[in-house]
Each structure stands twice: as C-alpha cells, then as structure tokens.
Design a protein around this ligand. Structure first.
Ligand code: GLU
Length: 303
C-alpha cells in the first residue's frame, strides 16, 4: 500500500486554505487506495502549541477526513533528525555557519549575478582561519549547513510538471539547536515510508533541496504534487484578516463543517454549489489530472 500524508504546523487555527490542502492530500491518497498519515510539525516551540494541534486535528475530523495510525509529532523524534545530521557530518558534507541574516542578505547582493537568487552564497564555507577565529571570539551561535555541491535539481511534479529549482547549502540545524524544517521533513517522509507528498505550492521551490537531501541520506525520492493555494481578494495568501476563514469563524455564522467542505469541493470542481458530499463520495469524482493549477481566489465573506 502506498503512503500519503498531511503535515500541518500547529501555529494557529487551520483556515480554508489549509483545509483545502488537507482535503487534496487525503483525496490523492484515498483515490489511489493509499494509507494517509498526519504528522504534526511542531519542532519550533517558539510558535507551536498543543492547543492548536488539538484544534487542527478536530477540524480535520470535522470535515470528515480520517488517517491511519497515530499522529506523529516531530518534537518526539529528535533522535532521528540528530542521527541523520550525524551521518551527513560523518560524510564530511556539512559546515558551521555563523552568518547573521543581514550578512547573508548583504553577501547575496554583493555576489549578484554569481550566486542564484535566494541561495546562501556559501560565505562560511570559504572563511579563512582569521575570520573564523574572529567570529568564534564573538561567541556567535553556529548553525549547521549542508555543503550541497549541487546547483539545481529537476523533478516532475504531478501538478506543475517538470520543475527545475535551486539547491543551495541549506541549514540542517538552526543556530538555536533545532533541526531545520528541510531536514526533518526528509527524514520523516523516509522514516514513515511516505511515497507521495501533497502540499501547498508555496513549498514547490524547497523540493529540489529536499530531494538532494533524500539522495544523500539514501532515502527514496517521494513523488510530489504541489497544489494551488487559496488567496484572498487582494491576491495574498489566505489569512485571518480576510474574514471568516476558520471552521470556528464559519460556525459562528451558522455554517456547518459539511458546508465548508462543500465550498472546498466546489472550488475544486468536485461539487455543485451547496451540494453536500462526504470526502468518501468526493473520492469517486476526484481526478488528479484535472486539478486546477491556478490559485483559488476568494472573498471568504462572499462564500
Ligand atoms: N509543515 C508545513 C506547513 O504547514 C508543511 C510541510 C510539508 O508538507 O512538507 O506548511
């Protein structure tokens, strides 16, 4: 049996954009008879919160989504990430980085035309001994970066088709000691046997970095489907300020989770406006090849 997943970060309530991505991840998995896992990405305890986690899981259930096995929390899997980082360190594939955000910005603009936009310019990979010593004397906390040695990777996304994207010296462990998102996601997908990653297309550009990490860790590359986001009428990513965007907001207006599901299904061309269907019924109508590539632009107060 194949395995799909949804991996929310418990940093707030799920809104209709997150719920639509969750529904799509579930539909991709169930339409293929795959298992479906939920993983809570709560490594960043500055922003992750147990109350949000419980609320997010309750909202997934409320729109009729189910999952296999227990929900996994990244915060309980630190040894796995540490072990993967240790393997990369032992392979001589890492270096410490003490750059501040500002230094990275400045170095990137100074290297304009040489380093691809958005790439870490490799400053700490090339530091001479004196500069290294100077930074160490300042007591700067160090992040750990991958020495990627690869500039780009092309893969075929199930929604976007062939996509070529940047691979740079991605952070593996942040300078506060927390394993970085790109590392954790690759380790988890490999460990959980995830074969298909369905997520918002804001993450499309991080996929080449993750595929490179998977290669280095000798993990199979999962398939990817990056699905279009939900945007507000201002063209910005859906957020609280756009109006009634969460299930709780909608309930306060007298709208049931089943009707919210109906809006989501309608936006995907899977239902007529107001038609009430369960996710199981939507599976029969779901065809991944006809999924829109464009974002769903919506004013939540006009729904
Ligand atoms: N936790 C990420 C988010 O909520 C998703 C990561 C992923 O699906 O790979 O945006």
């Amino acid at each position: 049996m194949a395995v799909g997943r949804f991996a929310p970060s418990p940093t707030g309530e799920l809104h209709i954009g997150n719920l639509r991505t969750a529904l799509l991840a579930w539909l991709f998995a169930r339409a293929e008879g795959s298992a479906f896992l939920v993983r809570v990405e709560d490594l960043d305890d500055r922003v992750a919160d147990r109350a949000h986690e419980a609320g997010q899981l309750a909202d997934l259930r409320a729109i009729g989504l189910d999952w296999d096995g227990d929900v996994v929390r990244q915060s309980e899997r630190r040894e796995l990430y540490d072990a993967a980082i240790d393997r990369l360190v032992a392979g001589g594939l890492t270096y410490e980085c003490t750059c501040t955000r500002r230094e990275i910005r400045e170095a990137a603009s100074a290297a304009h035309g040489e380093a691809p936009e958005g790439a870490y310019p490799g400053t700490c990979r090339r530091l001479d001994a004196a500069e290294r010593a100077r930074r160490a004397a300042e007591g700067r906390p160090a992040a750990l970066r991958l020495d990627a040695q690869v500039a780009s990777i092309t893969f075929v996304d199930r929604v976007h088709g062939p996509y070529e994207g940047l691979v740079d010296d991605v952070v593996l462990r942040r300078n506060d000691g927390v394993p970085a998102y790109n590392l954790a996601v690759v380790v988890d997908d490999a460990d959980q046997g995830v074969e298909e990653v369905v997520r918002g297309d804001d993450l499309l550009s991080s996929t080449p970095r993750q595929l490179h990490l998977a290669d280095l860790l000798h993990a199979p590359r999962p398939a990817h489907a990056h699905v279009p986001l939900v945007l507000g009428p201002d063209g910005k990513r859906m957020a609280k300020r756009h109006g009634a965007v969460t299930l709780a907001d909608r309930a306060a207006q007298g709208e049931t989770p089943a009707l919210v599901l109906s809006h989501l299904a309608t936006s995907l061309g899977l239902a007529e406006p107001g038609e009430l269907l369960t996710p199981g019924e939507l599976v029969d109508r779901f065809d991944p090849t006809t999924l829109p590539r464009q974002p769903w632009i919506v004013d939540p107060d006009q729904l």
